[in-house]
Design a protein around this ligand. Structure first.
Ligand SMILES: *Cc1c(COP(=O)(O)O)cnc(C)c1O
Length: 364
């Protein structure tokens, strides 16, 4: 096999465009710490994401930790085990205890029907994930949070550019985290952001990502270093110029996958709702009593130089580092999903020929 097809591949802006964008840094030497590119990207994201406030970070994970800290969470947090390591790790690293809620069998997002049973007097927040870019049931989660006085912090690492009835996905809950990691729909190489409506949180977030310093002499919080650099912001500005075109390319690929795989006995495809502007971040398929099992399909694809991923497998509650902590029988639907899901290659520059080939290997 001369060529490898991975589950994802970063989008790159035209080289000359990036060079042009970073040229003035050689004169200004303003490389980090709220530089002009950082500020411009922040403004442009506010408008693209259709949210009131955006705070940029060095990565999505630190943004999530800072969100929990800025909102003063304590005690227990209700979350999903069907996610990337970061969601659960951020909770635990902030000294909070995750309470795992099972997922909805159709969206693979946190099941709102199962949240209330997990609420105790120690619960301070709900941390759902918009898995694969599919929006959570934001309405019902919002109602529950309101009734019990809980904060809601969404992990929207997969959901850049998604909207519900024209409302930006980052405008729900108290805060929403976006990841701008290289493999995401929109990226700054490494990077991330929080969106939020309460502008009073802005100075707090600014302190936390800059060592808790105010002015040049004193620290008012035990902050960390989580600032986005000008080089990363420059990459973001370039990528943002092409984002709609990139999402449209992903949509064309998704349609091709669906043409091939729709209606196949034993293969399920997740569909976004009618009222959602989707971003086609991933193309997950679920093997439910398909002729071949997931392992055999992965092997066959690998032989042909194609590398899909069991995303998400295992559940974060199954990680070795959490071995002693959680009851593993708590989330049977999440376990069912993790055992059957496969994320097929999906990125803007994936060729239609490769999609055809992947599907014919699966079908054959
Ligand atoms: C990528 C990802 C993150 C972390 O983002 P980074 O920018 O890589 O730190 C968090 N949650 C989910 C669901 C992710 O996929």
């Amino acid at each position: 096999m001369e060529k490898k097809v991975s589950v994802t591949s970063p989008s790159m802006p035209p080289f000359d465009e990036f060079v042009e964008e970073i040229r003035d840094l050689w004169h200004s030497r303003w490389l980090t710490h709220n530089g002009p590119k950082h500020n411009l990207l922040m403004e442009r994201l506010q408008s693209y994401l259709n949210v009131q406030n955006v705070c940029l970070f060095a990565n999505g994970h630190l943004a999530l930790e800072m969100a929990f800290e800025a909102l003063g969470l304590t005690g227990e947090v209700i979350t999903t085990p069907f996610t990337f390591a970061s969601t659960t790790h951020a909770i635990v690293r902030r000294g909070l205890v995750p309470r795992f809620c099972d997922i909805d069998p159709y969206t693979f997002n946190m099941d709102p029907d199962k949240i209330e049973a997990l609420i105790t007097e120690k619960t301070t927040a709900i941390v759902p994930v918009h898995v694969y870019g599919t929006p959570c049931d934001v309405q019902r989660i919002g109602e529950i949070a309101e009734r019990y006085g809980l904060k809601v912090i969404y992990d929207a690492a997969h959901a850049f550019g998604v909207s519900i009835n024209g409302k930006g996905i980052g405008s729900f809950g108290d805060m929403t985290m976006f990841s701008f990691h290289a493999t995401k729909v929109f990226h700054t190489v490494e990077g991330g952001a929080l969106s939020y409506s309460n502008a009073a949180l802005t100075p707090r977030l600014a302190q936390l990502k800059q060592f808790g310093l105010v002015g040049t002499e004193d620290a008012v919080a035990v902050g960390t270093n989580a600032k986005m650099t000008e080089i990363n912001a420059a990459m973001g500005l370039c990528n943002l110029n092409h984002i709609d075109e990139q999402i449209e390319k992903r949509h064309i690929i998704a349609k091709r996958y669906m043409e091939h795989l729709k209606g196949l006995e034993g293969i399920r495809i997740l569909h976004p709702n009618e009222n959602v502007r989707h971003n086609w971040a991933y193309f997950p398929v679920i093997f439910e009593n398909y002729r071949k099992d997931r392992k055999m399909i992965i092997e066959q694809l690998n032989v042909n130089g194609i590398f899909p991923r069991k995303y998400f497998y295992p559940l974060t509650s199954d990680f070795v580092c959490y071995n002693e902590f959680f009851d593993k029988t708590d989330t049977p639907i999440a376990r069912y999903a993790a055992d059957r899901v496969l994320a097929l290659p999906m990125y803007a520059d994936l060729s239609i020929e490769d999609v055809d080939k992947i599907c014919s290997i699966i079908i054959e």
